[in-house]
Design a protein around this ligand. Structure first.
Ligand code: CA
Length: 245
């Protein structure tokens, strides 16, 4: 069934149209499940391309070079395990999240050492699936370093490019250099509470005009720009923290 239908047309709009967190190729023959996955990934800001059999899925992964793949194990044509095996045989290590119908398939997938990055068992919650995709992508971005993307909830920072994104689907947020540094400092250390004095010392390097009140002003600015996506929490009488992702 290579004839594009309306769903495929919507897919390509997602691929080329708007700013997204990354393209995910979904290979799933059950249309209802594919639709649920598509909707939830799109809502979370991902571009989505769906294929319904293993052969078409493999071709799509090779031509579209997605950020991640969601691969059903039981597929017509090539099954999901074979699709993954062929990818790996050409040294393609695109992160793969398997979807399995049976627990005993999990052993098979893990035992094959195909570099399956994670798996979910049907029935799964769409929310869990999106969380797994996000986590697979985060892990695949390499070892922790100054340039690694920082993600907490619906906020993502690209320190190398000094770009900030928020919301689902995400949009770019314009932060000043200091606002960016302050948010990045907190997001690199989730779960820890920092006093205003500590933040002045670490982020501003003692040179802040206006003392600790400056911290409050900048925090307020960051919150206003991020809106509901802001991960910054006020710890009364102590300072500020970003909760763990
Ligand atoms: Ca299936």
């Amino acid at each position: 069934m290579p004839t594009p239908d309306r769903a495929d047309a919507a897919d390509s709009a997602d691929v080329s149209g708007r700013a997204v967190r990354g393209l995910v190729v979904v290979v799933e023959d059950e249309i209802a499940i594919a639709d649920i996955i598509r909707l939830n990934l799109a809502k979370a800001g991902y571009g989505v391309h769906v294929e319904r059999d293993g052969t078409a899925g493999l071709a799509a992964i090779r031509s579209l070079k997605p950020a991640a793949v969601i691969l059903d194990v039981g597929l017509p044509g090539l099954d999901g395990v074979e699709v993954c095996r062929r990818l790996r045989s050409t040294d393609d290590w695109t992160p793969v999240l398997f979807v399995t119908a049976r627990d005993d398939e999990v052993d098979r997938i893990v035992g094959l050492e195909l570099g399956a990055d994670d798996y979910v068992t049907k029935p799964f919650s769409p929310r869990e699936l999106v969380a797994r995709v996000t986590s697979v992508l985060r892990r695949s971005r390499g070892t922790p370093g100054a340039d690694q993307s920082l993600v907490v909830g619906d906020v993502r920072l690209e320190p190398g490019a000094r770009r900030a994104f928020a919301g689902a689907p995400e949009y770019e947020v314009e932060l000043t250099a200091t606002e960016f540094d302050l948010l990045a400092y907190l997001m690199r250390r989730p779960g820890r509470v920092f006093s205003r004095e500590q933040l002045i010392s670490e982020v501003w390097g003692y040179s802040a005009v206006g003392g600790v009140r400056t911290v409050d002003v900048h925090i307020a600015q960051v919150r206003a720009k991020l809106g509901d996506a802001s991960p910054i929490r006020t710890v009364r009488g102590v300072g500020y923290a970003v909760d763990r992702p």
